[in-house]
Design a protein around this ligand. Structure first.
Ligand code: HPA
Length: 281
């Protein structure tokens, strides 16, 4: 058996030995946004290190566990902490949790992250709905023998952040009277932040926000036929846009400041996605 698939199946069996819960929506919480877990009616939790072979994150501020439970009445699995490419994991490990959540039954992947704003119209504390991404600076998680059990060799990416889900997020924000920016997310390797010239390059390429996660997970999910949507919390303006150095502390402070609004938006969006799911192809 393909070792990537074998590892995934081992993890799946290990989860199923402990947890019998079928989520509809899988939610990934980004840097500083992990306390969304408090908004979930928790049925069970599973620490990543309890899952045999599962990649465990080393980043501060990232708890490493799955939460299984309900947002209002919607069954969700939530990742409190993700692993990043810059931690040294191969991309196949980075996306293993995403694939695992699909195997658990999740139909929708709702990605969140903290990102640096590249678009001059953005301010720290804004939310940006991801409309598309660029990830040519990191390897595709699909490199290697195709896992035919999961999806096709050459998957289409033309509607990766589903337009129907985008419309739901847009109308949810409107309903709440909340500003929701929109734009293209670029995934870079990290862990260093970009140089000012790299930020200029990203802007020329058409990116609106930069980060170190998310796009690879979206690709793996799309490969498996999940419906994907995403929101970035613009935790800072990217390097060189302000005359001050950038730190991870700033990223976490902004995420803390807007966490109340974030919870409101994500909860309402999950409820609306659940309502609209039947009609999304
Ligand atoms: N660049 C890349 N990743 C990030 C940033 C940034 O400015 N802020 C939060 N994650």
């Amino acid at each position: 058996m393909n070792p990537v698939y074998e590892k995934l199946m081992k993890c799946y069996e290990s989860v199923r030995e402990k947890i019998d819960f079928t989520p509809e929506i899988a939610l990934v919480l980004g840097s500083g946004l992990g306390d969304y877990g408090d908004s979930i009616r928790v049925e069970a939790t599973l620490d990543y290190h309890e899952i045999e072979g599962f990649p465990v994150s080393t980043v501060q501020g990232h708890k490493g566990r799955f939460i299984f439970g309900y947002v209002e009445d919607v069954p969700v699995v939530c990742m409190q902490g993700r692993v990043h490419y810059y931690e040294g994991y191969p991309m196949t490990d980075v996306v293993l949790p995403t694939r695992l959540m699909k195997l658990m039954g999740a139909k929708v992947l709702f990605l969140t992250n903290a990102a640096g704003g590249i678009n001059y119209d953005f301010a720290a504390g804004d939310f940006m709905m991801i409309t598309d991404h660029i990830m040519n600076f990191v390897p595709s998680p699909l490199i290697g023998p195709n896992l035919d059990e999961l999806g096709p060799r050459f998957p289409d990416m033309s509607d990766i952040y589903k337009k129907d889900l985008q419309e739901i997020l847009r109308s949810t924000a409107k309903q709440l009277g909340m500003k929701l920016q929109e734009g293209v997310y670029i995934q870079l390797t990290g862990p260093n932040f970009e140089t000012p010239q790299e930020v200029k390059m990203c802007r020329i390429l058409g990116a609106d926000a930069a980060g170190m996660s998310t796009a690879a997970e979206a690709v793996a999910a799309n490969h498996m036929g999940m419906k994907v949507c995403g929101i970035s919390c613009i935790s800072n303006l990217a390097c060189g846009m302000l005359d001050q150095p950038l730190s991870h502390v700033e990223v976490q402070e902004t995420a803390d400041r807007v966490s109340g609004q974030f919870k409101e938006l994500v909860t309402a969006a999950i409820v609306n996605i659940h309502k609209g799911l039947e009609s999304i192809s």
